[in-house]
Write a protein that binds this ligand. Structure first.
Ligand code: SF4
Length: 221
């Protein structure tokens, strides 16, 4: 169990005067805001353009992402890329990041098994999300799964109940005051890794694509 000292939070590592995402990315590489940096290979920060029309927020990097230092380059990322294409979202207009920026895992000796971040780790990493959104002006925010929903919308938000609905952003955020008053829309859906775990992968995939199509339609033409 992490001690209070170990989860002091990312706040002191976020440069107050950052005007570019690359400045945040460089600073996040040195973050010690919680204990997750110790076992992970590196910080995996968001990627994409600052003028992205769609910002997607996932959970945390996985094993492959941890090695490569890039979000959504593993199996779940492949599912997401296919779903983005099938929903006719332009990948050039995406910025993609995670609620928690270090890989949390349990080692079995030969494998590193993903572990869901605790609320305390999500909160510790929250300043990075806030800093990213301070530099982004999306038209649509896509929340991928329960951890991202916890980070942005609060623990009572249920993806299963509200997925595929267009909600106001930042008004639907748990703490709207943390985010710029740039009016946007928000759509929640499952994390693409849920497709890989589903008994009926085809149905889960079609559900993901349907939700992303809602996000695509929410963009102004
Ligand atoms: S998970 Fe977030 S808060 Fe914790 S060390 Fe990594 S970047 Fe910092």
């Amino acid at each position: 169990m992490a001690t209070t000292e170990e989860v002091s939070g990312a706040e002191h590592f976020v440069p107050a005067d950052a005007s570019e995402l690359d400045q945040l990315r460089a600073a996040a590489a040195r973050c010690r805001g919680c204990h997750l940096y110790r076992d992970a290979t590196q910080t995996v920060f968001g990627r994409g353009t600052a003028d992205a029309r769609v910002v997607m927020v996932g959970e945390q990097p996985g094993d492959v992402e941890d090695v490569h230092g890039l979000p959504f380059v593993g199996p779940a990322g492949r599912v997401l890329r296919r779903a983005v294409d099938d929903a006719e979202l332009d990948p050039a207009h995406l910025y993609i990041t995670n609620a928690v920026k270090h890989f949390k895992f349990k080692s079995t000796g030969t494998r590193r098994l993903h572990q869901t971040p605790e609320l305390v780790e999500i909160r510790a990493c929250h300043p990075w999300l806030v800093a990213e959104f301070a530099l982004l002006r999306p038209e649509v925010v896509v929340v991928l799964g329960a951890t991202a929903a916890k980070a942005l919308l609060g623990p009572s938000f249920r993806v299963t109940r509200s997925r595929g609905e267009v909600l106001p952003w930042p008004d639907s955020a748990q703490r709207p005051q943390d985010f710029p008053e740039h009016p946007a829309k928000l759509v929640a859906t499952i994390h693409p890794s849920a497709v890989l775990r589903a008994d009926d992968r085809d149905a889960a995939y079609e559900g993901l694509v349907a939700d992303l199509k809602v996000a695509a339609r929410a963009l102004s033409r």
